[in-house]
Design a protein around this ligand. Structure first.
Ligand SMILES: Nc1ncnc2c1ncn2[C@@H]1O[C@H](COP(=O)(O)OP(=O)(O)OP(=O)(O)O)[C@@H](O)[C@H]1O
Ligand SMILES: [Zn+2]
Length: 623
């Protein structure tokens, strides 16, 4: 039997031919990516480009089956191409060991693909690919998994929701005072060790860490000022990294003196147990007989003396590394820093031991190094089966896209459920308030070495009828508004414009009853170095109509809210009868949001309607 016989038989000749002629892009060759690439290659997609910026790590091997021990430290994209290429010699594969945000992956490049598949693990890259696919008008199959949960979504400009149509949850942050003064749970001490102590001793200062939220403690200004002073002292100790007393200096500062200062604030301990400071000499004495190799025992909960040993030993290892980096520093280089990495033993040992020492001071439960690794790395174990099912669903959705049957495309959710692992809903239309996809678009060419911001603003006023009240942004950065005209005479190149830069024009005029402001205008400005020097440095825009923003919906009254709830319950009951399932609980479980760092889009209430059937033992169809 020829290689094509089975796919041709199960998919039909027409779809199979389309697949063979398709040029697709897969971004990310990790957990989902390895499974997806295998599917794409075996299905016979004509040309597949793989982009991944990372190299293979030991911890990837349990689920990223294209990789083996011999590939550790090699490029994921290149190894994935080599290994998956052997599955089907008829497929053309191209690997890019690079960040998808690199400027050479521009809109023109994206336009060269029939479908883009996201197999990523972070919001930032997902949002970038979403924007590029919208700009290039290429369909995107977005996917994400967390533990047993998975999600697949088709995104098509003007026809479906985009990745940004639903707001995404922001990562959890903790009030500074809980972390720095009044911890009550192991996670508080872990965040302290990772985002404060480690950052102050080896990395950048705490101000830049998203896990600490100073705003929640604004009424506690005095204490915040004290904490700042404490951090300052730690910076001075950092300068003595090469001294034999370094461990004692750090220990006595954070586990003795800082704790004594906290104890002196009587008000703080009226309803809490006072922390008990540690004494360096005493703990050192107790730990004399303990070998530093105890750090390899990551499953048990270390004693105070064991934690002390790991603290002192890992601090020494990290300090040595830092001093080596400093020694190779050239003049003018920015001073080196170390970053916390859950997969790096030195940084993990330091964070685990420091967190536990602090826990013992505040009478909080000690955790094993293994548990601390999960908590510090926000890890939800990746499950190979979830990735495999999700990757399979991505390809089934790609068939709908190729056949131009978006009305049959589904937003699919996977969950661990005794009833049904896989459920779905129809694809939702774009959210009219979405500032990423419900925008007007324009392409202009410019000689960015000559064209100034003012040249652009003049075009907006004269050709596109904007008034004074506009803001101009590149990405999230504001470069112009009515009160900020510092950049108007600066050439675009000096404002960071490259071969292709997107600017967003926001209509800031007040919404009146007749006319709400216009939707955002996204202009792709491409550099044209050949533009004649006597010509206006920006090309003439085509005439486009820029829609008005939707009017904000009035807040629902209490009565309406009640009705809504009634309606939901009735709907759920109805479905329960139709499906013979306990949908009410199930739906709320699916409504849980996937952890942002590792997620696809926000999950919503879903309709249970999908079935997967195996036909003639040959093809899996989703109906
Ligand atoms: N901006 C980007 N450009 C290219 N590839 C990216 C980008 N951001 C993330 N990736 C890749 O997406 C893949 C996501 O895979 P996955 O979620 O399995 O993560 P992982 O890093 O392999 O595993 P883990 O995080 O669990 O250790 C990774 O290989 C990562 O390198
Ligand atoms: Zn959108």
């Amino acid at each position: 039997m020829g290689r094509d016989t089975r796919p041709r038989k199960s998919l039909g000749a027409s779809l199979h031919n389309q697949i063979k002629e398709s040029r697709v892009l897969m971004v990310g060759a990790g957990g989902i990516g390895c499974e997806l690439l295998k599917n794409l290659v075996l299905t016979g997609f004509g040309e597949i480009h793989i982009v991944d910026l990372d190299t293979i790590d030991l911890s990837n091997l349990n689920r990223q089956f294209l990789f083996g021990m011999q590939h550790i430290k090699k490029s994921k994209a290149i190894v994935a191409k080599e290994i998956a290429g052997k599955f089907n010699p008829n497929v053309k594969l191209e690997a890019h060991h690079a960040n998808i945000k690199d400027p050479n992956f521009n809109v023109k490049w994206f336009k060269g693909f029939n479908i883009v598949f996201n197999a990523l693990d972070n919001l930032d890259a997902r949002k970038h690919v979403n924007r590029m696919c919208l700009a290039a008008d290429v369909p995107l199959i977005e996917s994400g998994t967390t533990g047993y949960n998975g999600q697949v979504q088709i995104i098509k400009r003007g026809e479906t929701e985009c990745y940004d149509c639903n707001p995404k949850p922001v990562p959890k942050s903790f009030p500074v005072c809980t972390i720095r003064s009044t911890p009550s749970q192991p996670i508080h001490c872990i965040v302290w060790a990772k985002s404060y102590l480690f950052a102050e001793v080896f990395g950048t200062s705490e101000e830049s860490t998203p896990e600490l939220d100073p705003t929640e403690d604004s009424e506690n200004a005095q204490e915040i000022a004290n904490l700042k002073r404490e951090a300052e002292e730690l910076k001075n100790i950092r300068e003595k990294m090469d001294s034999p007393d370094f461990a004692e200096a750090v220990f006595s500062k954070v586990f003795t003196r800082d704790i004594n200062r906290l104890r002196s604030m009587e008000d703080m301990w009226k309803s809490r147990k006072k922390p008990e400071p540690l004494d360096y000499g005493k703990v050192l004495e107790e730990s004399k007989s303990i070998d530093a190799s105890i750090s390899r025992n990551d499953q048990s909960k270390w004693s105070l003396a064991e934690n002390f040993t790991v603290f002192a030993d890992s601090l020494k290892r990290l300090a040595t590394r830092m001093l080596e980096l400093k020694a190779t520093m050239k003049e003018g280089d920015t001073p080196p820093i170390l970053s916390f990495d859950k997969d790096n033993e030195d940084t993990l040992d330091f964070v685990a031991a420091s967190a536990n020492l602090r826990s013992s001071i505040f009478d909080i439960e000690i955790k094993s190094k293994f548990d601390i690794k999960q908590m510090a790395g926000n890890i939800i174990p990746a499950i190979a089966t979830t990735n495999a099912i999700t990757a399979g669903l991505c390809v089934l959705q790609a068939f709908k896209v190729l056949q131009n049957k978006l009305s049959e495309g589904r937003m699919i959710f996977l969950a661990k459920s005794a009833d049904r692992a896989c459920s779905s809903e129809t694809l939702a239309p774009p959210n009219p308030s979405c500032e990423t996809c419900c925008v007007a678009r324009l392409t202009l060419s410019a000689d960015i070495t000559r064209a100034t911001l003012n040249d652009l603003i003049k075009i907006l006023r004269s050709q596109l009828n904007y008034n004074e009240e506009i803001s101009v942004l590149t990405g999230n950065q504001l470069i112009y508004d009515i009160d900020y005209d510092d950049n108007v005479n600066t050439p675009l190149k000096d404002l960071g414009f490259q071969d292709e830069t997107f600017v967003t024009i926001v209509d800031d005029s007040d919404s009146d009853d007749d006319e709400p402001p216009r939707v955002n205008l996204v202009i792709a400005i491409t550099h044209d170095p050949e533009m004649a020097s006597d010509q206006y440095p920006i090309s003439e825009p085509e005439k486009i109509e820029i829609q008005r923003k939707p009017r904000p919906k009035p807040e629902p009254s209490q009565d309406q809210d009640d009705n809504l709830e009634m309606h939901d319950v009735t709907e759920s009951r109805k479905r329960k009868l139709e499906d013979g399932l306990t949908v009410l609980e199930d739906a709320s479980a699916r409504m849980r949001q996937i952890v942002p760092e590792d997620a696809g889009p926000v999950q919503k209430k879903v309709k249970v309607a999908e079935t997967i059937v195996i036909e003639d033992d040959e093809a899996i169809m989703i109906d």
